[in-house]
Ligand binder design. Structure first.
Ligand code: XMP
Length: 557
């Protein structure tokens, strides 16, 4: 067969793949087929990662220093796949993570991220108890069948139920009422869970069993969601469906809103990121906590992670400014020994040795980035850190040989940066991109008619005082005595996480379309880089016009 008659997608695949696909075809012939598509002239200028970075060993590069060459494509952006595996048991549908920062990720952000197929890492600048409840809120957010619904007992006071709702930050107030053996006695409706009825007992206020619609467990066995969906259609006005066994013991509940959302999800291109029990995925940061003698507090660290695991956390992140350090290595090892199967993210590093060290300690995914963040001053204050693209290339080499993944953390200001980051890593972490969203913690403030939200570095004085000093290797009791490595800032208030992620995903998919990459593995394999001059950077942005409408959608960048 003449090479031109090969399907275009085959003509463009790599040399190695062709060897597999066309075993038996003479090599010279195949070589000719390739050279028609990847021209020698292009190759001299637009280089694959290895020759490109080898040609720049003495200059650290970051996103704006390079651009990616377009390649032959038969892939439409909308057909590209963005799923990524960060560890065994940790798969995301889009390769974006919200930063474990106290002005970025708590449960609301983590829920929004997971619903979009991404991941949120809940920060640790809060009491352990609060962090656990934040994780619970994510894990309980949407269920097909809620197998262990929160129940109340007939003798409880309404006041106690209210207290539980507030402490555990439930967004619902209707609860099944069961006796000691788990038998259904009725339903406590949300409209009676009010302060004015605080002194009443649940039994005085419930809707009795004979007035509640239920469904038998065996009836839903085959296709629970379709069955529940039909039930809600057949029973207008009923929003909760309780599932019971033959002895009338409670076995779970469906809510109409969950069922509707799940039915809609079936149509979305990027499905929510869920665990094997269909709960949203959620990560949480932990620190290398030390006791009063300055030693790592093993019991505290392991108990903290154990409690997170009990709540269903999918991954813990040992988040520090200097991951290639004894304390971080020992903390990762402690967690790995105690929880052999738990996915662990650890960092931050910018060297191959740093990746090897954390991988050997037991980490599955390594955060790469020292000083690129929008609120970071590490490079200014400490004089250390590596521009992000070179750091990613160097660390990616070690990650490949250790079979761990790397995550590009910080410095992302536009979707094009993410495309470049993903040519060398498995996912990106963004802080500033999401800090202006309504889902980020904190209130909107208005200054001169513009709306802002607070965004601060975890190494800023205020954040360290609130608890993050350990992340920067300082004592939590005397943070005022140390040099901060981050600033307190404002971000313009932006649209929701859905809006921001839609823009970012659109950009990533465009980039992949230009490179003919159907998935992230192909993006990493196909990317061709070239340096950009300062004039080239100017040329890349809009220029010589009066911009009347920004092309960006409310990202606040
Ligand atoms: P972006 O650029 O997305 O960066 O806003 C978020 C990442 O920055 C890191 N981070 C810090 N780095 N001093 C630093 O040097 C700080 O105070 C600080 N706070 C956060 C962190 O890796 C985050 O994901």
């Amino acid at each position: 067969m003449h090479p031109n008659k090969l399907p275009k997608s085959i003509r463009f695949i790599s040399f190695v793949q062709i060897r597999v696909a066309f075993d038996g075809v003479p090599w010279a012939f195949i070589d000719m087929a390739i050279s028609r598509e990847i021209s020698d002239i292009d190759n001299r200028f637009y280089k694959a990662a290895d020759p490109f970075f080898a040609a720049h060993p003495d200059q650290a590069l970051t996103y704006d220093d390079v651009t990616l060459a377009t390649l032959y494509s038969d892939i439409l952006p909308r057909d590209t796949q963005l799923d990524t595996t960060l560890a065994d048991g940790l798969d995301l549908n889009i390769p974006v993570i919200s930063a474990d920062m106290d002005t970025v990720t708590e449960s609301r952000m983590a829920i929004a991220m997971a619903l979009n197929g991404a991941l949120g890492l809940i920060h640790y600048n809060m009491e352990e108890r609060q962090q656990l409840s934040e994780v619970s809120r994510v894990k309980n957010h949407v269920h097909g069948l809620i197998q262990e619904p929160i129940k109340v007992s007939p003798d409880q006071l309404i006041g106690d139920v209210l207290k539980m709702v507030e402490e555990r930050k439930f967004e619902f107030r209707t609860f099944p009422v069961v006796d000691d053996s788990g038998k259904l006695l009725g339903l406590l409706p949300g409209h009676v869970v009010k302060q004015r009825y605080a002194k009443r007992k649940v039994v005085e206020s419930l809707t009795p069993r004979d007035q509640i619609q239920t469904i038998r467990k065996k009836e839903i066995a085959k296709d629970p969601i379709t069955r529940a969906d039909k039930f809600f259609t057949d029973h207008p006005g009923i929003h909760k469906l309780l599932v019971v066994d033959d002895d009338d013991k409670l076995h779970g509940l469906f809510t109409m809103s969950d069922v509707e959302r799940i039915t809609q999800e079936k149509k979305a291109q990027f499905k929510p990121a869920r665990d094997s029990k269909f709960r949203l995925v959620c990560g949480a940061a932990v620190s290398a906590t030390r006791n009063m003698f300055g030693e790592l507090d093993r019991d505290l660290i392991v108990a903290h992670v154990g409690a997170l695991v009990e709540r269903g956390v999918d991954v813990v992140a040992v988040s520090t400014a200097h991951g290639f350090s004894k304390g971080v290595g020992e903390t990762v090892k402690m967690i790995r020994d105690a929880f052999p199967k738990l996915p662990i993210i650890a960092g931050n590093v910018t060297s191959a040795a740093g990746v090897e060290f954390l991988a050997d300690a037991g980490a599955n995914a390594i955060k790469v980035g020292q000083g690129p963040g929008s609120i970071c001053t590490t490079r200014v204050v400490a004089g250390v850190g590596i521009p992000q693209l070179t750091a990613l290339y160097v660390t990616a080499q070690a990650a490949a040989s250790k079979r761990v993944s790397i995550i590009a953390d910080g410095g992302i200001t536009k979707s094009g940066d993410i495309v470049k980051a993903l040519t060398l890593s498995q996912a990106v972490i963004c802080g500033g991109m999401f800090a202006g969203c309504p889902e980020a913690p904190g209130q909107i403030m208005e200054i001169n008619g513009k709306r802002y939200k607070q965004y601060r570095g975890m190494g800023s004085l205020a954040a360290m005082k609130a608890g993050s000093a350990a992340r920067y290797g300082h004592s939590t009791t005397t943070p005022a005595k140390v040099a901060p490595e981050g600033v307190e800032a404002l971000k313009e208030a932006t649209g929701s996480v859905d809006v921001i992620l839609t823009q970012l995903i659109g950009g990533i998919q465009s980039g992949m379309g230009y490179l003919g990459a159907a998935n992230l593995a192909q993006l990493r394999q196909k990317a061709r880089f070239i340096r950009v001059s300062p004039a080239g950077i100017r040329e890349a942005g809009t220029h010589d016009i009066v911009e009347v409408k920004t092309g960006r959608v409310e990202t606040g960048q």
